[in-house]
Ligand binder design. Structure first.
Ligand code: NAD
Length: 367
């Protein structure tokens, strides 16, 4: 029987609560589709600061290095908010782990079932059949990592800060390929987002993307849009997009906007794919819910586990090549939620269930 090895980093707040449910769903899926799952738990984020003095300890890194994928919860919370910004869990865990594993491609499905349109702030008539789009964000380049990056005091006493936005051809081409692969498995349409009317990096982005698609995927319908317009179009008519793809900072903002229009963070999964292949020949990746640690409900056993479960399904699809098993989990979540089992964040007048019961409903749909 095949065995897949992955690291489990539940993190803080609701992370461990929803992770427990996702692992149970993975176990049952493995039994159904004939594979074993071998995983090791490790600390990340606030709990790692408490236990090891560092948000991303070497022991955790070593466990990830021996794995074919990382299933991640979320990190942070009020307990660690008074640490210096560089030591706070999100910054001290997420950026280093992305860097350590060269996680350059963030894939975020924006999925809202028609039965959950109440969860969206958009008017129902704009999204009569829900939302089904994907945002691909470049994750290791651009203004978040470019050098120089500094703050200095000028001779006149003013402070000046500098960030640098930088991209090169190879970085743009590899993320373009992820957009192509994603679009091929969906509606065959890609909209590349930039600010080519102002930014040099965007002029290069648009040129490289146009040439790359022409050469490697002429069958894909490619369009371009300025980021300010894209922000408006997402709120006006999200389903005009199939696959949105863009650089790091624009993607940070647009993918959060996409999260808002799709309703609860408790339903939104994500994958961050690495440049290197794992031992199975698939991309190494980190899979996590789009939301944070939800300190307002942590410890109450009422968090929605679906985003974590759907992130686990993405891990099966991208890092283990188990398409059918992944689809079966996605379908089970859809059936459970649309047939009325809902945690509080997506209940809208229906009686809400707790985390464990939501998980049980997904398991029942899987059977
Ligand atoms: P959040 O996503 O944790 O919470 C925002 C709202 O969404 C809250 O009302 C919360 O209850 C709700 N929510 C989120 N996930 C839910 C779920 N699964 N089920 C039900 N409701 C859910 O964002 P925040 O409050 O801005 O941040 C809280 C902490 O999480 C902060 O410390 C922040 O730094 C951290 N954070 C971590 C990550 C990450 O680890 N990738 C991402 C975002 C925020």
């Amino acid at each position: 029987m095949k065995t897949y090895t992955f690291a489990v980093l539940p993190g803080d707040g609701i992370g461990p609560e929803v992770m427990e449910v996702a692992l149970e769903v993975l176990k049952v899926t493995g039994e159904k589709f004939g594979f074993n799952l071998h995983y090791k738990n490790a600390d990340i984020g606030g709990i790692a600061i408490d236990n090891h003095g560092l948000a991303f300890p070497d022991t955790t890194k070593a466990i990830c290095e021996k794995s074919d994928a990382i299933l991640f919860g979320s990190v942070g919370g009020p307990k660690w908010e008074n640490l210096p910004p560089k030591e706070q869990p999100e910054r001290a865990a997420l950026l280093p782990i992305r860097k350590a594993f060269n996680l350059y491609a963030n894939v975020r499905p924006g999925l809202l079932y028609p039965q959950l349109t109440d969860a969206s702030p958009l008017k129902k008539e704009r999204i009569p059949s829900g939302i089904d789009i994907v945002c691909i964000r470049e994750l290791t380049g651009g203004i978040y990592f470019g050098q120089p990056k500094s703050t200095q005091t000028l001779p006149n006493g003013e402070e000046q800060a500098i960030d640098t936005m930088v991209y090169q051809t190879s970085e743009i081409e590899r993320i373009a390929q992820v957009a192509i692969d994603t679009a091929c498995a969906r509606g065959g349409k890609v909209c590349s987002i930039d600010k080519a009317n102002v930014l040099e990096t965007s002029v290069l982005w648009r040129k490289v993307v146009t040439n790359y698609f022409k050469e490697h995927a002429p069958e894909i319908e490619l369009s371009h849009m300025y980021v300010d317009n894209a922000a408006m179009q997402l709120a006006r008519d999200p389903n005009q997009f199939d696959v949105l793809f863009t650089e790091n900072m624009f993607g940070d903002i647009l993918s959060d906007e996409m999260g808002v229009i799709c309703g609860s963070l408790g339903m939104l999964a994500s994958a961050s794919l690495g440049a290197n292949s794992n031992s199975l020949g698939h991309p190494f990746g980190l899979y996590e819910p789009s939301g944070g640690t939800a300190p307002d409900i942590a410890g109450m056993g009422i968090a929605n586990p679906c985003a974590q479960i759907l992130s686990a399904a993405m891990m099966l699809r991208y890092s283990f090549g188990e398409q059918e098993a992944a689809s079966s989990i996605e379908k089970a979540v859809e059936v459970a939620v649309t047939s009325g089992t809902r945690t509080g964040d997506i209940a809208f007048g229906l009686e809400s269930v707790d985390t464990a019961s939501m998980g049980a409903a997904v398991l029942q749909s899987l059977a």
